[in-house]
Design a protein around this ligand. Sequence first.
Ligand code: AMP
Length: 121
Amino acid sequence: MSYDKNNIFAKILRKEIPCKKIFENDYVLSFYDINPQKKIHALVIPKGEYINLDDFNNRASDQEIVALSKAITEVAKILGISTDNGKGYRALTNLDDHGGQEVPHLHFHLFGGEKIGKMVE
Ligand code: AMP
């Protein structure tokens, strides 16, 4: 499967459509999910063209991998849900068909602001 340059997050990265930005650096963009599933629902995505976490870990540079991982903690701090300044959160990423991935650009969901509940339905 090749990367679809017309997926919605690629359009957000190209600024063709807007987002409610939370955080940005050279490697990562974070913004609020358009259809929040919990009180706080943020997304953290790499700026590079990666379909999912497996694709990312196979092809991304160490710098990109470190940046994405650290950005999750940074965004959680900004949102006040981190283990340093809040009550914790859930970070998850869906991969492909069985994982239930809808947008084919790697993204981590950060859920917080309330108890998140059962891990899987
Ligand atoms: P997934 O099912 O893991 O691929 O999640 C895709 C997520 O992207 C869903 O939670 C959607 O609500 C979210 N989403 C789709 N379009 C947008 C958008 N334009 N801005 C922010 N979030 C979006």
